[in-house]
Design a protein around this ligand. Structure first.
Ligand SMILES: Nc1ncnc2c1ncn2[C@@H]1O[C@H](COP(=O)(O)OP(=O)(O)OP(=O)(O)O)[C@@H](O)[C@H]1O
Ligand SMILES: [Mg+2]
Length: 400
């Protein structure tokens, strides 16, 4: 799993590290760098999925031009993995990629380094033929690959020695399993095709649930019901999906709603509220994504009533721990932050600008005055009143 990611000359970052955990809540002012963090994960996923470098970069906000820090030609991302699988690979290792965007957009270095033994698998960027090919030395072998294709692309796995390919396979699997969920409720209002893969916008959640075998589906429907009953004004009795159409290739989401006057209605997703659909899409992702995978959700509480922030937080944490899913979310919601009791403090990272203007990421735990500050109010209060940013500034000044 991803232990940390270091951003060097990446967008607004000069050199800073984000640590991931079962849950990590990324907070910070507008334009502090939160989405820039998530963009880096999207890029790594695109490269692992096999996308060409130029295309992967052009799909990012700002395209290739704004990928490196202003005035710089290249950027570097370094990911540290910690894993417990046996497959005879070292527990801790890093993967580093450097990308140049000046003149030719190309990958100029890729390295996998094993922490314990210190072994480094280095891709030697000996570029030739108009910079279109690079040579990778893997033990005795030399492998020529296009300079716009990453080694973590799964189609290349078989060209490497068994020793190297084990790590590449692991890295590829982690990156390809990243889901960056950006739920768009109006896209859920239709009959979804049966599918194994949840779309980024959550639109096919009914299709994903309907694709499961009966026992698993029923268990998940029960969990959806349990959490959803705690969400809306009206009572929700049950949540379920049904296959529809002559061939059963589509599916629809339903829930039973009871009004205060005792009347009960079955409603489908076309009539559910936006907040309900968002909540169900997040839950479906948590309950169906592969164990050990990363789930990213920007503005996770978007559209949810502040009084439900605590419920959302509990749900994220409970399921993330149970299913070994690492959740990374951003939020601006003081209610969600105030719901973060002291045992959550280690799971909050603040994005902020340093005195030179670069974005930095500080674990809330590392802010010197934190215990004293928390005595005056919750994290939401501290963020809203600017006390948190002041304390981070003070910590930085003391460190200089
Ligand atoms: N290549 C770059 N070099 C320097 N700064 C950059 C670069 N690309 C983007 N930025 C800066 O990053 C900032 C935007 O960061 P980001 O989108 O991550 O903000 P955010 O924390 O997600 O904010 P919000 O809460 O408003 O969504 C802008 O100030 C922009 O100038
Ligand atoms: Mg943003």
């Amino acid at each position: 799993m991803i232990h940390s990611i270091t951003f060097r000359r990446w967008k607004s970052f000069l050199d800073t590290t984000l640590y991931l955990d079962q849950i990590m809540v990324l907070i910070g002012m507008n334009a502090s760098g939160k989405s820039n963090v998530l963009d880096a994960l999207s890029l790594l996923k695109a490269l692992a999925d096999g996308e060409e470098l130029e295309k992967a970069l052009s799909n990012l906000r700002g395209g290739a031009e704004f990928a490196p820090l202003y005035g710089r030609d290249s950027f570097e991302l370094e990911v540290e993995f910690h894993q417990n699988e046996t497959d005879k690979i070292e527990k801790e290792f890093t993967y580093k990629i450097r990308i140049n965007i000046m003149n030719n957009i190309q990958i100029t270095a890729e390295k996998i380094k094993l922490k314990e033994s210190g072994i480094e698998f280095d891709t030697k960027p000996i570029l030739f033929e108009n910079n279109k090919l690079q040579i990778i030395k893997d033990g005795e072998f030399e492998i020529k690959i296009p300079s716009n294709i990453s080694i973590i692309n799964k189609t290349l796995i078989y060209f490497f020695s068994e020793e190297v390919s084990k790590y590449i396979k692991y890295i590829n699997n982690v990156f390809t399993n990243i889901l960056n969920l950006d739920v768009i409720p109006k896209n859920i209002n239709h009959f979804a095709e049966i599918s194994d893969l949840l779309e980024n916008d959550g639109s096919n959640l009914a299709g994903v649930l309907a694709a499961l075998d009966d026992a698993k589906r029923q268990k998940i429907e029960q969990q959806l019901t349990e959490y959803l009953t705690r969400l809306p004004e009206n009572d929700v009795g049950k949540v379920w999906v049904e296959k529809i159409g002559l061939l059963g290739r589509n599916a629809m989401l339903y829930c039973e709603e009871t009004w205060p006057n005792g009347q009960t209605f079955n409603i489908d997703s076309r009539r559910m509220s936006d907040g309900t659909l968002r909540f169900l899409a997040i839950l479906t992702a948590l309950l169906t994504r592969p164990e050990g995978s990363n789930l990213i959700i920007e503005e996770v509480d978007n559209g949810l009533h502040p009084s439900r922030a605590k419920l959302l937080l509990e749900m994220l944490r409970e399921i993330a721990v149970k299913r070994q899913i690492d959740v990374l979310v951003t939020t601006h919601n003081p209610a969600l932050l105030d719901a973060m009791t002291p045992d959550y403090i280690g799971f909050i990272t603040v994005a902020h600008r340093n005195p030179q203007g670069y974005s930095e990421l500080t674990l809330l735990d590392n802010v010197d005055a934190l215990p004293k500050l928390l005595a005056s109010g919750g994290v939401g209060y501290l963020a809203t009143t600017g006390k948190l940013d002041q304390a981070i500034e003070d910590t930085q000044e003391q460190g200089e």
